[in-house]
Design a binder for this molecule. Sequence first.
Ligand SMILES: [Zn+2]
Length: 96
Amino acid sequence: MMECQICVGCGTKSPETDTNYTLISAQHGWRLHRVRAPDGAFSAEWRFPACWRKFKEANALPDSSGGAGARESARTVFARASRRLRGEDSEPPRGR
Ligand SMILES: [Zn+2]
């Protein structure tokens, strides 16, 4: 039976393979990441090789010697936070 998976990162459909092992193999290079849901059930996340690399980088702790990248992302987070604060300010006051 042929199976195919969907990349959780970009929605790319995997090539059809006989088994998932074929997909993980060097031939295709897809990666399976198991996540445990709050209810204890396991679910599988499939990633296209390029998306797996991005996922790994995104989950890596910011390296203090890395410099610009970490600083830029911190600035992005700050900008988003302050924008959110402004948004909340412009909302009409609730209650009474
Ligand atoms: Zn992808």
